[in-house]
Ligand binder design. Structure first.
Ligand SMILES: [Zn+2]
Length: 169
């Protein structure tokens, strides 16, 4: 990666405009461009993502795809349809509070991530960026909600591994 320079290019879904921007990036010496592919893109814009990746390659740059906001467990402010579609698969705090992010142990997160990867491969992107994967970040002002995930699947996995119930604190 020494000597590599790139841009993050988020939000634009107009390939005609993107071509001008990508030409300017290549002219500025960029060697790669990070595009985001959100759940919304998967639902409504997969062809557009392929167009953006192809336009990036035509300018001689590597195209990355970022898993922005997917499932509520990757970095980025994009909303997650997955969280709304399967609220029972969301993370629970140590005190059992529902969180707006899917639990990584739930098939309802793993299956959409597999579809995201299939779409990334179909787009011909060179690199996939798992953007800041994390358990839900709790608000510091709620000191009683310390961590997640304590959903039923996570509690069962904890019990199998450690032989004792998962603690609440
Ligand atoms: Zn869980």
């Amino acid at each position: 990666m020494a000597g590599e320079r790139g841009f993050s290019y988020f939000g634009n879904r107009y390939p005609t405009h993107a071509r001008d921007d990508l030409r300017a990036m290549a002219g500025a010496g960029a060697t790669f461009v990070v595009h985001v592919m959100t759940e919304e893109d998967l639902a409504w814009n997969p062809g557009t993502i392929r167009d953006l990746v192809a336009a990036t390659h035509r300018q001689g740059m590597t195209a990355w795809l970022d898993s922005w906001g997917a499932g509520g467990v990757f970095g980025g402010e994009a909303a997650s349809y997955a969280v709304m579609a399967h609220p029972g698969a969301c993370q629970k705090t140590n005190l059992g509070k529902h969180q707006p992010a899917r639990c990584p142990r739930q098939p309802a997160l793993r299956d959409p991530i597999a579809r995201w990867l299939d779409a990334a491969v179909a787009s011909d992107a060179t690199i996939v960026l798992w953007d800041e994967p994390h358990l839900f970040i709790l608000r510091p002002q709620r000191s009683d909600l310390r961590w997640s995930c304590r959903c039923a699947r996570c509690r069962r996995a904890f019990l199998r591994r450690h032989g004792v119930p998962m603690p609440t604190l």
